[in-house]
Design a protein. Structure first.
Length: 173
């Protein structure tokens, strides 16, 4: 019993308890600081995500509006071109084959004698040079070529607008 009464015995015990409490409180403080830092980062990321989502929604809305306008203008052009063209033979089979073999072009303009039925009697009429297209020759009418040009222009514009919006998305807000 006398060993518990000696002061040298209590000093290491007090130091051990003091060190344990200090470590425990320090660890709690460090954990609380880390949790606060994580919460701050989470709040900042949430705010940034909301801003990016809003920016993406605005760019998507602008893209869809532009595509809708392009589609409407293309439809108007297709309706208008029917009044301005006669359906006469414009490009022969050789020219169509050359166009179809060019990189990036697929004209889908190849027609035969059914062109007269599809585009009316003017399709079988003489072209600008005064030659007659026979029913067995492949040719494209001026209406088909104009429709193809309208579609190609619309596809180009949609692609250009998509790329512009993609560049805007990756650019600075």
């Amino acid at each position: 019993m006398k060993s518990f009464m000696r002061p040298l015995f209590w000093i290491p015990m007090i130091l051990l308890v003091w060190a344990s409490c200090s470590f425990y409180l320090g660890d709690r403080y460090r954990n609380a600081a880390w949790i606060k830092k994580q919460n701050d980062q989470l709040q900042a990321a949430t705010v940034q995500l909301g801003a990016e989502r809003d920016r993406g929604d605005a760019l998507t809305t602008a893209l869809l509006t532009s595509q809708s306008q392009i589609d409407q203008l293309s439809q108007e052009a297709h309706r208008g071109i029917k009044n301005e063209t006669t359906g006469r033979a414009c490009l022969g089979g050789g020219a169509l084959r050359v166009l179809n073999s060019a990189p990036g072009l697929r004209t889908q303009l190849t027609t035969t004698g059914s062109t007269a039925a599809a585009y009316g009697p003017a399709a079988a009429s003489a072209d600008d040079a005064g030659t007659q297209a026979s029913s067995g020759d492949e040719f494209a009418t001026d209406t088909q070529i104009a429709d193809w040009a309208i579609d190609a222009g619309a596809q180009y514009e949609i692609c250009r607008i998509r790329l512009d919006k993609l560049i805007d998305w990756h650019g600075a807000p």
